[in-house]
Design a protein around this ligand. Structure first.
Ligand SMILES: Cc1cc2nc3c(=O)[nH]c(=O)nc-3n(C[C@H](O)[C@H](O)[C@H](O)COP(=O)(O)O)c2cc1C
Length: 251
């Protein structure tokens, strides 16, 4: 089993230490391989907001760097840990740039074989919720099996520190247990709705966004999977409803 840890802190401190704890727990119990990808060590240029990845497709991005290498690493992994420090109630700038550079994945998701842990380390509880929420879109079709925040303020006493360490170990155990189970993507209701909205949009607005059109026009669902009769019905009805709402200008 391969785990890829994507870390946006340039320091080998709290965020790195949290991943190291998870890794050592994991290795004690299971045969697995960990790879660390530090965002400050890869060439990932700042998003210039040109929209080309969204409309024309990711290959039209004018920035040439390590983006596709990162995608390949994510796709080769069974589990991915996305870890960022909380900076001013959000992820830090490196993680935010990483999210923006891959924002086309919210239109055209692709990580259906991966399971994710999203992890924030923070000085206090302030802003943890927002930072965790910011990480969620990066999962892009995959499944979040663990969502966790570690707090480590300088003023913490030993008792609180031990409590935090225990909580992290428990979460690591839960993550490992879930990773051990075989995984097949079974479309949840929310994903059927997500697909329907984009499918209806590309049907109605045609080739305004050629990349989305190409992605959705031939697909029954995001990935080839055995859909039940009920799931097919949900797709059919919701595509019709969203199509209607788009035509009358409500969305
Ligand atoms: C610029 C900056 C902003 C921060 N903002 C917050 C914040 O809003 N809330 C909080 O609880 N901690 C905040 N912190 C503290 C860090 O989230 C915390 O120390 C984190 O664990 C650092 O991770 P690292 O050691 O991996 O870099 C901030 C730290 C920095 C440097």
């Amino acid at each position: 089993m391969k785990i890829l840890a994507i870390i946006s802190s340039p320091r080998k401190k709290n965020t790195y230490q949290a991943i190291k704890t998870i890794e050592s727990m994991h290795k004690k119990r299971y045969d697995c391989e960990y790879e660390y990808l530090f965002l400050h060590k890869v060439d990932l240029k700042g998003c210039i907001g040109c929209h080309l990845c969204l409309t024309e497709g990711e290959d039209s991005c004018p920035l040439k760097d390590d983006r596709d290498m990162i995608i390949s690493k994510i796709e080769a992994a069974d589990g991915v840990i996305l870890a960022s420090p909380n900076h001013t109630m959000n992820v830090n700038w490196r993680m935010k740039n990483f999210i923006d550079r891959f924002s086309y994945l919210m239109h055209r998701p692709r990580y259906f074989n991966q399971r994710f842990m999203i992890l924030i380390t923070s000085g206090s509880y302030q802003g943890i919720k927002g930072a965790l929420k910011a990480l969620a879109p990066m999962v892009s079709g995959g499944k979040i099996i663990s969502k966790f925040a570690v707090t480590n303020s300088p003023g913490m006493n030993d008792k609180k520190r031990k409590k935090q360490a225990k909580k992290l170990q428990n979460e690591a155990r839960k993550f490992i247990k879930k990773m051990k189970k075989p995984f097949i993507h079974n479309p949840p209701f929310g994903y059927l709705i997500w697909f329907s909205v984009f499918k209806a949009m590309t049907k109605e607005t045609g080739k305004d966004s050629p990349a989305d059109f190409e992605y959705y026009s031939t697909k029954e669902y995001f990935v080839k999977t055995d859909l039940s009769k009920g799931q097919r019905l949900i797709l059919k009805i919701s595509i019709a409803i969203f199509g209607f709402l788009i035509r009358i200008g409500m969305i």
